[in-house]
Design a protein around this ligand. Structure first.
Ligand SMILES: [Fe+2]
Length: 246
């Protein structure tokens, strides 16, 4: 569709979810796709995902896990990064190294993973000391706005959301391949969408602002669940099956 852009993020090695999303995007006649990072980390199909992305014309930027995969010693990596790293060959790591942390499109769209300045900051949500995840106040979100873009695309939290502050829109498409996870930083908390479906978003400019849609595509997660089981990751199995953290 002329002028419409698809945005994907946080694939995390789930190539079957990615294939389902790409098919759904193509079925709408959309041929421009941007991808906000965390492509490979996880116990799933890191190599297949890398090959697909490297051989596509999808514009990809780098997420925090993509950075960690090329910066950290495997001994220091978390279990998900280590699983992906063990699958990857030098050409895949070279591709990750080549990705920019931020990209700006000519039509005034900024792509980042966390925020424009930081790939590990949750832009739209905050974690309270008790672990509850809540929407940030507008003023706190506005602090991270940078430059003159009218649309900011971010990922990282895996939670699909749109926020408007004045004339500026911030959109998180959600995660293609990992619908729920737990983390112990800044304090123990869970992020969960409540659906195993693969998420992405589409957007187009209108005379009165950006028209955006969130999409949730069901797919068969059986092969990815088997990979998670083989890797000894019941947390991933549960997330892929239910869209919820255990
Ligand atoms: Fe991330």
């Amino acid at each position: 569709m002329q002028g419409t852009l698809a945005v994907i993020s946080d694939i995390h090695g789930n190539v079957d979810a990615l294939q389902a999303v790409l098919q759904d995007i193509r079925a709408q006649g959309i041929d421009r796709i941007v991808n906000l990072g965390d492509h490979l980390s996880g116990p799933l199909a890191a190599t297949e995902t890398a090959e697909l992305l490297m051989n596509s014309d999808i514009l990809s930027i780098r997420g925090n896990h993509d950075r960690q995969l090329v910066e950290q010693d495997p001994c220091d990596m978390g279990a998900s990064d280590r699983s992906a790293h063990a699958q990857l060959q030098p050409r895949h790591l070279g591709w990750l190294r080549s990705l920019p942390p931020v990209s700006i499109l000519p039509e005034g769209i900024l792509l980042c993973h966390g925020t424009p300045r930081n790939d590990t900051t949750y832009w739209l949500e905050t974690v309270l000391p008790g672990g509850q995840v809540v929407l940030k106040e507008d003023a706190q979100i506005a602090e991270e706005l940078e430059g003159r873009a009218s649309l900011f695309l971010c990922g990282h939290t895996h939670i699909p959301r749109r926020i408007d502050i004045g004339t500026r829109t911030i959109l998180n498409p959600g995660s293609v391949g990992c619908p729920a996870y737990d983390d112990d930083r800044p304090v123990a908390h869970v992020m969960q969408t409540g659906t195993p479906a693969a998420s992405y978003a589409t957007l187009r400019p209108t005379a009165t602002g950006w028209a955006t849609s969130h999409h949730h595509v069901p797919y068969d997660p059986a092969r990815m669940i088997r990979l998670a089981e083989t890797a000894g990751r019941p947390d991933w199995v549960h997330a892929l099956r239910h869209g919820r953290a255990r």
